[in-house]
Design a protein around this ligand. Structure first.
Ligand code: KG4
Ligand code: ZN
Length: 344
């Protein structure tokens, strides 16, 4: 049994956790930065990086104290090495390197997306490779065949915005505050999902790619029309996103081979309408369904420690000169989606 320390700092959460290779979370802590970013309505990279500098070391000390262990009891140190806001990634990775160097422990450089991709296996111990993964976060919206640790085939991606980004922009347009996803979900509970006609971009198209920029523009037009309650716009927007995610995932199910489970991970997987829609799709498709608990969907240290544990078990450790990366695709061979980069 190995004990892994995980450090996460790729966006606006500083997080640390201690996880065992048999899937026990001994401690996990998170320091959000919402208050620092709220006045700007979004994450400011410079502010994020400074906050990570202040919080990374105290959080590591806190999880060690929570678990009642010292650093010499840890078998390896895993830190996010990208993709993400480069200043923050550098802070977390440097912290991991310094601790690994000082304690004489192996360093594991974790791809943040692999942290999300493997997170369901921390709690669902029967979830076996290969599985079809819908990875939906603030920065990414992808369908992947997860064949094994470090072995991914990307089936689809977004040609413009990520799903979480669409939630955040809609929240901003409706004045619901920051962070946007949970605010839209709360507001949508009071609204009618059929009240506002909104588009379902790319639904029905052959390749299972996503597009959300047009939906955001339609939300702006609906708001400016002055005909609809914000609750109804939020509910109709959320329904449109769910419909897109379900249609595109259903399309991927028809073309992917070998997957026995449908899995959702990433911040948007915390949304109950998204989880419910995908669970129903899995049921209709004869697939097992797996989604991490809500705290494990949004960024956290346990998923980085767990990805570290999975890599450590395979002997995948990194050199001290491993770089921090702003971009780091899980499938380096994936082709660019047609139309990618074109914002509606
Ligand atoms: O995985 P994550 O914490 O960070 C990234 O790696 O991007 O995902 C954050 C994204 C944000 O866009 C946030 O608005 C969205 O996940 N999100 C949600 C919910 N909770 C978080 N979107 C919809 N409904 C939610 N309940
Ligand atoms: Zn994330």
């Amino acid at each position: 049994m190995a004990l892994i320390l995980g450090i996460e700092s790729s966006c606006d959460e500083t997080a640390a956790a201690l996880v065992t290779s048999d899937g026990r979370v001994l401690a996990h802590r998170l320091a959000g930065q919402e208050d620092a970013h709220r006045p700007f309505g979004g994450v400011v990279p410079e502010i994020a990086a400074r906050a990570h500098v202040e919080m990374a070391t105290p959080l590591v000390a806190a999880v060690l104290a929570d678990a009642g262990v010292t650093l010499d009891k840890v078998d390896a140190i895993a830190a996010t090495a990208g993709p993400g806001l480069i200043g923050g990634v550098m802070v977390g990775l440097i912290t991991g390197k310094a601790l690994a160097h000082a304690a004489g422990k192996p360093l594991i450089a974790v791809n943040h997306l692999e942290g999300h991709a493997l997170s369901p296996r921390l709690v669902d111990r029967d979830l076996a490779f290969p599985y079809l993964l819908l990875l939906v976060s603030g920065g990414h919206c992808q369908l992947l065949l997860v064949k094994g640790v470090g072995d991914y085939r990307r089936l689809a991606t977004t040609i413009d915005d990520a799903a979480g980004e669409a939630f955040d922009k809609t929240a901003k347009l409706l004045g619901l505050g920051f962070p946007g996803g949970p605010a839209v979900e709360r507001t949508a509970l009071e609204g009618d999902p059929r009240a506002v006609p909104l588009p379902r971009p790319l639904v029905g198209s052959g390749e299972p790619h996503f597009s959300f920029a047009g939906l955001k523009s339609a939300v702006l037009r609906a708001r400016d029309a002055g005909l609809y309650r914000p609750e109804d716009i939020a509910a109709s927007f959320q329904q449109a996103v769910v419909d897109c995610l379900i249609d595109r995932t259903a399309r991927a199910i028809t073309i992917v081979e070998g997957a026995t489970a449908l899995v959702v991970a990433g911040g948007v997987a915390a949304n109950e309408a998204v989880r419910g829609g995908l669970a129903a799709l899995a049921g209709r498709s004869g697939l097992r369904f797996s989604a991490p608990p809500l705290w494990l969907c949004t960024d956290n240290g346990a998923m980085i420690a767990w990805a570290g544990a999975e890599r450590f078990a395979l002997g995948l450790i990194d050199d001290m000169d491993v770089p921090a990366r702003a971009r780091w695709p899980l499938d380096p061979n994936a082709e660019k989606a047609r139309g990618a980069g074109v914002k509606a």
